[in-house]
Design a protein. Structure first.
Length: 84
């Protein structure tokens, strides 16, 4: 199993530029996992579906806040139970 934990820079556009795509790591990991048939939990995709992905990060830095830790724990728990 493989899980990709999001980073705030992937959602706040602080590193977005023509030369750098902040979502490239998630996409590459998904491609590799799909090719190798490894169960993959892409938390970036889960956050992208929400109205405000930045809600799970502290406003003053890049770490998760309580909601971010709860979100991650719930996702990981469900994923690990599904792929025993």
């Amino acid at each position: 199993m493989l899980a990709k934990i999001p980073a705030k820079v992937e959602f706040d556009n602080s590193y977005a530029s023509e030369e750098f795509d902040p979502q490239i790591i998630s996409r590459r990991l998904k491609e590799i996992a799909d090719r190798l048939r490894v169960p993959f939990l892409d938390l970036n995709s889960s956050l992208e579906e929400s109205p405000d992905p930045l809600r799970v990060f502290m406003s003053w830095e890049y770490h998760f806040d309580k909601e971010g830790h709860d979100f991650t724990a719930e996702q990981l728990y469900s994923f690990f139970n599904e792929h025993k």
